[in-house]
Write a protein that binds this ligand. Structure first.
Ligand code: PHE
Length: 450
């Protein structure tokens, strides 16, 4: 079975690497990784997260790209066809559906936070933070998120910008990420230079890399594992649909390693930028989703060329979010085009509208709806927990089971075409046993069964 995708193909291996890295590197690395690391005590959390990337993330990413390339369609249709090819149940297409739903839910809040970053580009550039105190910065953030109309306006703008790119199809995605990714790395490295010079660098490094296991509980371990999926864009079909546009002669193994290294490097670099600034200014690492918005502007307000560095930083964050958000909605758009014979444009309008509507819930959860809680969680907290900690790991578990147990060995060996037989053997061991068992253990541990 050698098919072509009706949605087009990446023009080269580099284009795929950039697009997949663009998907992986996003708010997850720069906004979420620091604040959940801060909330979960630092080093031990980082160690669990890195272990999950290696033992679970990398093998599952290989599996996801492989399934995508073999099926060459939206995840829903890919899973249906691959299940048929393997003589298994068409129910596997549900995996694609869960992914589509997860993509909608994630994008709905992702876009709200990306909206914050857009708003901060303007704020930092205007110089309001120059000379500001910690209280001043925190007031500005407080006032900002207390204003539903502002949040809604930025959320709307972000959805529109995302949909415009997706509407242009693979070529649109490709052209956008080609200049985004390299720019992003350059700006980040500049900022690390600043933190080394002006921040409490040593303290930041110890916080990130000296594990203290008394600081992490089973829910922290689940968060670390969920984040490994989230940050690599795994478990919901984003990487699968990008795999569907991958030329057949590209080696999946080495490509996935490059993407994972790039993604991990950006997260660690972001940590190295943020924590030294946090500690140098006596700030609180565990202050939650507002961490980078409440802490960094203080530093930007006090350093030479702070408004310039700050503006660059938030521009970077918006770019990173943008190239991730397009992959969150691509599985749904590809399905609408395939099954509802919609044009990409129409599909984008519908998908954008639904995500926009759900996003209003997140907008309100930071202000008027902040007190509406279930199980002590706001609407935003629930979406985040449900998607990152439950849906993505479950999706990933099913992908591992499908690739390791359902798909025929010759098919996966052939599709992966790894250079050395032992590498394939290691992958197969990881995907059949290590990754699924690890995910199951973490789940059981959280619900208190082990
Ligand atoms: N990986 C992206 C990030 O770290 C988020 C994402 C998750 C994108 C799932 C696509 C799919 O920000």
């Amino acid at each position: 079975m050698s098919k072509n995708s009706q949605h087009g193909q990446w023009s080269s291996r580099l284009a795929f690497v950039l697009a997949a890295t663009g998907s992986a590197v996003g708010l997850g690395n720069i906004w979420k990784f620091p604040y959940i690391t801060g909330e979960n005590g630092g080093g031990a959390f980082v160690l669990v997260y890195l272990t999950c990337i290696l033992a679970i993330g990398i093998p599952i990413m290989m599996a996801e790209v492989m399934l995508g390339r073999r099926g060459r369609q939206s995840p829903v249709n890919t899973m249906r066809d691959l299940a048929k090819e393997a003589g298994s149940s068409p129910l596997w297409s549900w995996l694609g559906w869960v992914g589509v739903v997860a993509g909608f839910l994630i994008l709905s809040y992702y876009s709200v936070i990306a909206g914050w970053a857009m708003a901060y580009v303007v704020r930092v550039a205007s110089g309001v933070f120059e000379g500001a105190t910690a209280d001043g910065v925190s007031n500005i953030f407080g006032q900002f998120i207390a204003d539903p109309e502002k949040l809604l306006a930025w959320h709307s703008l972000f959805i529109i910008v995302t949909m415009l790119v997706v509407a242009r199809g693979v070529k649109g995605l490709e052209r956008t990420v080609k200049f985004l990714m390299p720019a992003l790395l350059v700006i980040l490295v500049l900022l690390v230079g600043y933190s080394m010079d002006q921040g409490a660098f040593q303290q930041g490094v110890s916080f990130l890399f000296e594990p203290d296991f008394s600081k992490i509980d089973s829910d922290g371990v689940l968060t670390a594992m969920g984040h490994a999926f989230f940050t690599l864009s795994l478990g919901m079909g984003a990487i699968m649909v990008y795999g569907a546009y991958l030329p057949s002669n590209v080696s999946i193994g080495s490509t996935v390693i490059i993407i994972s290294i790039a993604d991990t490097a950006v997260a660690l670099l972001a940590g190295l930028v943020i924590f030294p600034i946090v500690f140098a200014n006596g700030l609180e690492p565990g202050s939650g989703p507002g961490l980078i918005f409440q802490t960094l502007p203080i530093a930007f307000g006090h350093m030479a060329y702070g408004s310039l560095f700050g503006t660059l930083f938030f521009v970077l964050l918006v770019f990173a979010a943008w190239s991730s958000s397009i992959s969150l909605i691509e599985p749904a758009v590809a399905w609408l085009v395939e099954n509802k014979s919609m044009s990409r444009m129409r599909a984008c309008i519908w998908a954008g509208l639904v995500t926009w509507l759900v996003g209003i819930g997140t907008v309100l959860s930071f202000n008027i709806g902040a007190d509406i809680k279930f199980f002590d969680k706001t609407f935003f907290d629930i979406l985040d927990y449900l998607t990152a900690n439950i849906m993505l790991p479950l999706g990933g578990l099913c992908i591992a089971l499908f690739a390791g147990w359902v798909m025929k060995k010759e098919v996966s060996a052939n599709e992966l075409s790894l250079k050395h037989a032992w590498v394939y053997a290691v992958w197969r061991l990881l995907i059949r046993f290590v990754s699924p068992i690890a995910v199951i253990i973490v789940f059981l541990n959280v619900v208190g069964l082990i």
